[in-house]
Design a protein around this ligand. Structure first.
Ligand SMILES: C[S@@+](CC[C@H](N)C(=O)[O-])C[C@H]1O[C@@H](n2cnc3c(N)ncnc32)[C@H](O)[C@@H]1O
Length: 209
């Protein structure tokens, strides 16, 4: 069982330099998707190879995973995938990252760390201030995807997002995945584990209105 990283540690106050989109991607004008807590990024590698007309950024707090993922991107010469190391909250709140939002069409939170103890809830990645930031920065029509196997965490995230009047729930059955960042509904590593072990998956899509 891996030791969870405390995102509120001061170690994450300093943020790496975020290059301009034109430095990150072959075609910086493509639709951009952000995956928060992407771990080693396998999900994003799969997506980036299938959907070359989308750009993908993964943000992950475990530095070693990000270093390895960045190396793999370079070795494979992938032009539509970029990884950023750090606490996603700090990174996206930082003024130097504001430009990222210009092209962002969607954000996914796939199986975020649950932080089961009540006193640790503030370490959960989705927080009201984070939602305010997304609500102020994302363009109308942008999408947020959440997915977890922990019902309590799902309720927590859903409550925070639903309390923000700029986001509306979308019925998954009415959603056209073919035009999304994930047209072939690629699964994340945790999702594959959850499916094999027949655990429940709680998920929801929200649109910025
Ligand atoms: C349970 S794993 C899920 C990984 C992947 N999304 C999946 O579905 O297989 C949660 C990931 O989020 C990362 N993480 C947790 N808090 C974070 C934060 N504040 N910013 C960025 N990454 C974070 C963890 O290090 C871990 O890799």
């Amino acid at each position: 069982m891996r030791q969870h990283v405390n995102p509120l540690s001061r170690n994450f106050n300093e943020i790496e330099r975020i290059p301009a989109l034109i430095e990150m991607f072959g075609d910086s004008k493509s639709n951009l998707h952000l995956d928060i807590g992407c771990a080693a990024g396998e999900f994003l590698f799969d997506l980036a190879l299938i959907n070359t007309n989308w750009n993908y950024i993964g943000i992950e707090i475990r530095e070693r995973l990000v270093k390895t993922a960045k190396l793999k991107v370079r070795e494979r010469d992938i032009k539509n995938l970029y990884f950023i190391f750090g606490n996603a909250n700090n990174i996206l709140h930082d003024v130097q990252s504001k430009f990222i939002f210009k092209n962002v069409k969607s954000i996914s939170f796939n199986f975020p760390d649950p932080w089961f103890k009540k006193r640790h809830y503030k370490r959960r990645v989705i927080q009201p201030e984070f939602l305010n930031l997304l609500s102020n920065s994302l363009q109308k029509g942008s999408l947020i995807f959440i997915k977890t196997d922990v019902k309590d965490l799902f309720d927590y995230m859903d409550c925070i997002i639903s309390n923000n009047f700029n986001f509306k729930k979308i019925d998954k059955n009415d959603f056209n995945f073919s035009e999304s960042f994930n047209p072939s509904q690629v699964k994340t590593n945790r999702e594959k584990y959850v499916i094999v072990n027949q655990l429940d998956i709680f998920e929801r899509i929200y649109i910025k209105i």
